[in-house]
Structures are given as C-alpha cells and as structure tokens.
Design a protein around this ligand. Structure first.
Ligand code: SF4
Length: 118
C-alpha cells in the first residue's frame, strides 16, 4: 500500500510517499530531511491536529470566544472535544491563555482561550 502526504513541517512542502510493506514496515520517500519521514509516519500511524474552535460566551460585544488546544490531539479525539467545547457556556471575565478544559480525556492536552473578554 502507498499513501501520499505533503509535509507541513516547513514551507518547502515536500511531496512524501509512504510505502507500507506486507510485513507492516514503513518506508518514506520524497523527503528532503528527517522531519518529513517523522511527519509521514505520524500521519499514518497516529494523525494529530491542533484544534481551534469557539465557545459560547454571550457578551453583547462578543457572542463566542476563540479557543484552541495547547498541543496537537489525536484525530479520533477531535469530535468528542468539539462536542464538549460546544456544550460549554463561559462566564466573563476571561483572560487570554486561561484554561477552559483541563487535560481532555487524560491526553495531557488543555483547551485555552486565545483572547481576553469582559
Ligand atoms: S521533509 Fe524536510 S525539507 Fe521537506 S517539507 Fe518536510 S521539513 Fe521541509
């Protein structure tokens, strides 16, 4: 099996090919450096993303507050995380960097406010 990725670890954007052998061995080509190999293997075996979203706040001048995860989170955890974020109603005042959700699903990832409000 072969998968293709574009490395996002730097602006060059190498086109990567990941070959998965019958014995489950992984071989990466197209990368100009080691980071591309790590990127392709991580994308294949445990893809993660930094999640950005907004939480209900309900201020007259700011209905929703932008938030983001402190680290990339496994793609499988994104939907449950968004469900939790969208179920919250925050109370002002909130300062930038304040933790909104601590250690989501014991992943060690927090969700923090990306701006202050109130
Ligand atoms: S493989 Fe290396 S050079 Fe290519 S985009 Fe990724 S980080 Fe940049």
């Amino acid at each position: 099996m072969e998968k293709e990725y574009i490395c996002i670890a730097c602006p060059i954007g190498c086109h990567l090919k990941l070959h998965v052998g019958a014995d489950k061995s992984l071989e990466v080509s197209g990368n100009k450096c080691k980071r591309g190999e790590v990127y392709a293997i991580t994308e294949f075996s445990e893809p993660t993303r930094v999640v950005t979203a907004t939480c209900r706040l309900g201020l007259e001048n700011l209905e929703r507050l932008p938030v983001k995860t402190t680290k990339p989170i496994l793609k499988d955890h994104i939907n449950p995380l968004l469900k939790e974020i969208y179920s919250l109603k925050l109370e002002a005042p909130i300062r930038r960097g304040q933790t909104i959700i601590k250690n989501f699903m014991n992943t060690g990832v927090d969700v923090v406010a990306t701006r202050s409000a109130g």
